[in-house]
Design a protein around this ligand. Structure first.
Ligand code: V47
Length: 379
């Protein structure tokens, strides 16, 4: 795709993108200006996307597990959390958790994404045993679990260091860390939307330590609330710096704020055009993170399809039992079949590739599935 006219203001950035050079904070702020034509932004992001991942669009067969929604914190953007005595509050029993593992295995899932609330009355062992129980019963299922906010809570419960908690979790069967809890790192915003929970220093300590212990992790950014362009670019640059240091981040997922049932319900949800801008700018700034995910649950299917030409090369998975976005007003389906997800990728002009959590290609036959060769994005 080659545009006939390029805006003169973007030419220096286009030159850098074409040469594979890193963009600066100033470049990022320029790209954030609403006058930058969206198609041109998309075209630049697509150069990087195709350089790294060709025409592939990755997905997995996955499911979610939120063992409890009862949470000591009251993040203003969260519609999922509940108080202990609220009728909405729940805690899953061991039997219910194991049933989810059985269901996931029956459905051919390769991954279970586990996050939840910080329950006042659940001790550290409950969280560790949950991982151990699932891993022992379903060893093939990759457990992508706990954000730094939870790990920080476990450190307090157990009076252990981040490293010790992660070692316990790895011993129990933890496979990787999801990207949540990042929100916006800059304290000007973080102190307003989630002042009590783990700060950015803690978020980075957990991911850095996880990488040192050999785990891979994802990362996210919650946008479209009270943050400004500067806070978004600052957030992306902080992630890029961690990746320079450890190389352990696999995928970045921009997450659009969903206002319904939250303390920020007066803020309108970002439009699809804003979603595509954030996707494209993320791809351009995060030159060292191999994958960018268009999380269809959050974006809607149509926008996720377009996002595959605006920087994204991954669409997350079939998903089942998602609560965080559906509690906050998402109208996307609860689950997509493997056939449907492949079709939506093909319709977008990309080649669907089923991957596992660690980006190994999956092969299936009548006896089950196995991970084959590792997929490596180009630098
Ligand atoms: O940390 C919470 C966000 C995150 C709302 O790693 C909200 O593959 C919008 O991290 N509106 C959890 N966002 C989800 C998450 C995630 C999702 C998909 C894939 C992966 C991955 C990670 O959701 C939270 C927070 O940033 N969130 N409430 C809301 N009302």
């Amino acid at each position: 795709m080659m545009l006939r006219t390029a805006s003169p203001t973007l030419q220096p950035i286009r030159d850098k993108v074409e040469a594979g050079e890193r963009l600066t904070m100033e470049d990022g702020l320029l790209l954030e200006q609403p006058t930058v034509p969206l198609p041109e932004l998309g075209e630049l992001a697509n150069i990087v996307r195709e350089r790294k991942n060709g025409n592939a669009a990755y997905y997995n067969i996955n499911t979610h597990l939120n063992p409890t929604n009862v949470c000591v914190y009251r993040c203003v953007f969260c519609a999922f959390r509940s108080d202990l005595r609220d009728p909405k509050g729940y805690v899953m029993s061991d039997e219910q958790i194991l049933e989810r593992g059985a269901e996931a295995t029956k459905n051919g899932c390769t991954e279970m994404h586990i996050v939840g609330g910080l329950h006042h009355q659940k001790n550290y062992d409950w969280y560790v045993n949950l991982i151990r129980m699932l891993h022992e019963a379903y060893p093939q299922l990759h457990l992508k679990a706990w954000t730094p906010v939870e790990i920080d809570w476990f450190c307090r419960l157990a009076k252990k260091s981040v490293r010790e908690v992660l070692e316990d979790m790895i011993d129990a069967g933890l496979g990787s860390l999801p990207g949540g809890g990042a929100e916006i790192f800059h304290p000007e915003i973080r102190n307003q939307i989630c002042e009590h929970k783990a700060d950015s220093r803690c978020w980075f300590e957990v991911h850095r330590t996880a990488h040192e212990l050999g785990l891979r992790s994802n990362c996210t950014m919650l946008y479209g609330h009270i943050e400004k362009p500067y806070h978004r670019i600052d957030h992306l640059i902080r992630l890029r710096e961690l990746q320079d240091e450890t190389g352990g981040l696999q995928t970045f997922i921009p997450l659009a704020f969903h206002p319904e049932n939250t303390g920020l319900a007066h803020i309108p949800k970002a439009s699809s055009l804003v979603d595509l801008r954030v996707m494209a700018i993320s791809r351009l700034m995060l030159d060292n993170i191999p994958h960018i995910k268009a999380y269809w649950i959050m974006l809607g299917i149509g926008t996720a399809q377009i996002a595959l030409s605006y920087g994204a090369d991954d669409i997350d998975g079939t998903v089942r039992h998602e609560l965080i976005y559906h509690d906050a007003g998402a109208t996307t389906p609860e689950v997509l079949s493997d056939v449907a997800i492949r079709r939506l990728i093909t319709e977008a002009g990309r080649d669907p590739i089923e991957r596992d959590t660690l980006y190994r290609q999956i092969e299936r036959d009548e006896t089950g599935w196995q991970a084959t060769e590792a997929i490596t994005a180009n630098a």
